[in-house]
Design a protein around this ligand. Structure first.
Ligand code: PMP
Length: 432
């Protein structure tokens, strides 16, 4: 174990003052003190390859000099609010995000988190449609504010069962499990559409469907390509909006596409798109994009003091420029493809690995009890610990059982680092 007295003291102080539900990974939690590229270091000086920070915070690379410079220069000039006065970095980032979103006549509202972005999207959709009925996907995760919880199908992640919204849950976000798992992709989509139509037949007006193109916390499970396009054909004629939660799938992470919705592009961009996580490379940026007609339906004097504040926007601009100039989406496709291949080969003989799945640098490994289809959260927890011992940080997630390992490195991951991480992971998987 790598802990020292300094870290142990901090853990005791953490437990004495931070709520119990602020969870920490590892029996012996890690205190990360600094990072560079795809690596982070703990308080004992131990180095880890970071295969999870890409989802949490770091879209491009840790301590990216371009982003650090943009933050410090802006902080040296002014750190201010995003409302009441004109804010140049906010307008510049909004212009770029509006263009990238694919949404026509787009307006962009910045928040400080993904939860707040989804909250705002739900506020918009319910105000625009004058109803509080929402469709959401089973096993979904959209955050932990009151309204985000009420559209989160993954109850294991919901701190309350009370709800300000009336939510109906739809099949389709999980391809490999559930009543339609045995069907071909085309039949799977048909069955999910029939399920959606059945739900709509028994309800009044619905405001929106909120869905993650690939379920993140749910364990990186994807529906067949085209599912959401098929859903749109049912929803659009009824005026029901599609909110695509791109908090984990945005900015090229899936390799093939810049946004997750593009795997379902047949019927065009979503009505509302939400994003967060890595865009600020660790600075707290979330946001909502919607066409003007939807966005401008609110009667408000802005709704956030800090969303879009100049320092976070400066970070976002520098980070986005780096991502685009270095084609990190292409890197996610190439290196993610190699990593997936390497992990499939490494786990071929493992009786407790059900599948390696995902896209680009968003890869999941689902663990089961050997030779069965039964989820194995204990094995997932043990692999997480063993990987850390080997010098690799990964994540976990999954339906109601947390039996999937989640791999989401910064998008600048090199082939050599992918090989290094795969080798550590292979040893960790074989050790449990
Ligand atoms: N949506 C999705 C798909 C997420 O994965 C998350 C965070 N895990 C959120 C929303 C909430 O984002 P935040 O933690 O920034 O509030």
């Amino acid at each position: 174990m790598t802990s020292d007295r300094h870290t142990n003291d901090l853990l005791a102080r953490h437990r004495a003052v931070i709520p119990d539900w602020v969870s920490l990974y590892y029996q012996d939690p890690v205190e990360i003190t600094h990072g560079e590229g795809r690596y982070v270091w703990d308080s004992t000086g131990r180095r880890y390859l970071d295969f999870f920070g890409g989802i949490l915070t770091t879209m491009t690379a840790h301590a990216l000099p371009e982003v650090t410079k943009a933050i410090t220069e802006q902080a040296g000039r002014i750190i201010h609010s995003s409302t009441l006065y004109l804010n140049r970095p906010m307008v510049e980032l909004a212009e770029r995000v509006a263009h990238l979103s694919g949404i026509p006549d787009a307006r962009v509202f910045f928040t400080t988190s993904g939860t707040e972005a989804n909250d705002t999207a739900l506020l918009l959709a319910t105000a625009h449609r004058r109803t509080n009925q929402i469709l959401a996907m089973r096993n979904s995760y959209h955050g932990r504010s009151f309204s985000a919880v009420s559209v989160t199908g993954n109850r294991a992640w919901s701190p309350t069962t009370l709800s300000p919204l009336q939510t109906l849950y739809v099949h389709g976000g999980v391809r490999g499990r559930g009543p339609y798992a045995h069907l071909s992709d085309a039949r799977f989509i048909e069955a999910c559409v029939a399920d959606l139509e059945d739900l709509l037949g028994h309800t009044g007006d619905v405001a929106a469907l909120i869905a993650e193109p690939i379920q993140g916390v749910g364990g990186f499970t994807s529906p067949p390509d085209g599912l959401y396009a098929a859903f749109r054909e049912v929803l659009a004629p009824r005026g029901i909006l599609w909110i695509a939660d791109e908090v984990q799938t945005g900015w090229g992470r899936t390799g093939e596409h810049f946004w997750g919705w593009q795997a379902h592009a047949a019927s065009g961009p979503p009505d509302v798109l939400t994003f967060a996580k890595g865009i600020g490379n660790g600075m707290s940026i979330g946001g909502v994009v919607a066409r003007a007609e939807v966005m401008n339906c609110l009667n408000a004097n802005s709704i956030s003091t800090f969303g879009g504040s100049p320092v976070t926007m400066a970070a976002g601009l520098a980070n986005l420029s780096y991502l685009l100039e270095h084609d990190l989406q292409g890197n996610a496709r190439r290196v993610g493809g190699l990593l997936a291949e390497r992990l499939r080969a490494a786990t071929a003989g493992c009786a407790h690995v059900r599948e390696v799945r995902g896209r680009g640098l968003m890869l999941g490994i689902e663990l089961v009890k050997p030779g069965t289809d039964e989820a194995n959260p204990r094995a997932a927890a043990a692999v997480l610990e063993a990987a850390r011992e080997g010098g690799l940080l990964i994540g976990k997630g999954g339906g109601h059982d947390t039996s999937a390992l989640r791999i989401a490195p910064p998008l600048s991951l090199t082939v050599a680092e992918a090989e290094e991480g795969a080798a550590i992971l292979e040893r960790a998987l074989r050790s449990v």
